[in-house]
Design a protein around this ligand. Structure first.
Ligand code: PEP
Length: 254
């Protein structure tokens, strides 16, 4: 089954509103000029910029996502946002379980699972991040780690609910370090994750789930990664902050 690639930009805690709108405008302009892209495009700006970036992207094919959400439907949870709030400003996607959330904000698989469930109930597409730290790779337990994160993240969900699921394999040692996994390393883990999805659910879900690679993806290495049969796009940090670079990733075929 043919999976249409997805290039997703995670803007993290970068860009104030004016900068974010300018970047979104440049992406829209670039895509209008270049025409049909070989990949879907998604940007995930900081919360305060979501509405303005969504407005700036109107009329372009670029979709809008958030970098996180909280799993409660509403309530006294200072500093948090709900799935419905994200929908109300035009989000279609939400990143869940990014390694920076796991590392700095103590998110575990159980929290990730609650957030995935909430996102799906509300109608948002979850982009579930999994990936090992360097020590885990060195110990040879990469597969154990990503399997635990994947199965923990989707626990209790039926295949039908996960129809639009996106998984991002992001080796933590490759995020923001300039050190990219080789296409062979990426392919190995992506193929493993797809087999695990087939085992947890069925081959149909495994075949249609987009598995993105994340970790220092840039214009110079995107083509090699995209050639891998199980790499269905990228989750991109640094290179998503410059319109020219991100456009080169969206138009990775040149
Ligand atoms: C990320 O933020 O998910 C990421 C992969 O960052 P970078 O592309 O900068 O490594």
């Amino acid at each position: 089954m043919l999976r249409r690639p997805l290039i997703a930009g995670n803007w993290k805690m970068y860009k104030n509103r004016d900068e974010a709108v300018a970047l979104a405008g440049a992406l829209k302009e670039g895509m209008t000029a270049k025409g049909e892209a070989p990949a879907d495009a998604l940007v995930c700006p900081p919360y305060p910029c979501l509405q303005s970036v969504g407005d700036a992207l109107q009329g372009s094919p670029v979709e809008l996502g958030a970098q996180n959400l909280y799993y409660q439907p509403e309530g006294a949870f200072t500093g948090e946002v709900t799935a419905e709030m994200l929908l109300s400003v035009g989000c279609s996607h939400v990143i869940i379980g990014h390694s920076e959330r796991r590392q700095y904000f103590a998110e575990d698989d159980e929290t990730v699972n609650k957030k995935v469930k909430r996102a799906l109930q509300a109608g948002l597409v979850p982009v579930i991040c999994v990936g090992e730290v360097l020590d885990e790779r060195d110990k040879g337990i990469t597969e154990q780690v990503v399997e635990r994160q994947l199965s923990g993240g989707v626990q209790g969900l039926a295949a039908a609910e996960l129809a639009k699921l996106v998984v991002a394999y992001e080796p933590v040692w490759a995020i923001g370090t300039g050190r990219t996994a080789t296409p062979e390393q990426a392919q190995e883990v992506h193929a493993f994750l797809r087999v695990k999805l087939a085992g947890l659910y069925d081959q149909e879900l495994a075949d249609k789930t987009r598995i993105l690679y994340g970790g220092s993806v840039k214009p110079e290495n995107v083509a090699g990664l995209m050639e891998c049969p199980d790499v269905d796009g990228g989750l991109v940090g640094g290179a998503s902050l410059k319109a020219d670079d991100f456009l080169k990733l969206i138009y990775y075929k040149g």
